[in-house]
Design a protein around this ligand. Structure first.
Ligand SMILES: [Zn+2]
Length: 92
């Protein structure tokens, strides 16, 4: 019975040491150095890039001019048409 307890404690210590050795090897490896350099570069780029302004709300006339074709049926419509002459969809 006592041997099982010692075995568990021994395994715990063994895996604890193994975990720390692997962590240390990863942290000091060449790849980790490269990754931290890449992260630093990306952070600098993100900090120096200006944030784009939010899109201005579209005016209703802009929306109307954007519709060369009826969004419902695809029929060609002109900007002064309040409704689609083909299907009657409201364009305003
Ligand atoms: Zn239409």
């Amino acid at each position: 019975m006592i041997a099982v307890v010692f075995w568990f404690i021994g395994m715990f210590i063994f895996f604890f040491i193994l975990y720390n050795v692997i962590q240390h090897a990863l942290n000091t490896s060449e790849m980790a150095k490269d990754l931290s350099e890449i992260k630093q570069l990306l952070r600098e780029q993100a900090a120096s890039r200006p944030t784009p302004p939010p899109p201005a709300p579209m005016d209703l006339t802009d929306i109307r001019e954007a519709y060369d074709r009826c969004p419902g049926c695809g029929h060609a419509v002109q900007a002064h048409h309040p409704v689609c002459p083909e299907c009657g969809l409201r364009l305003t």
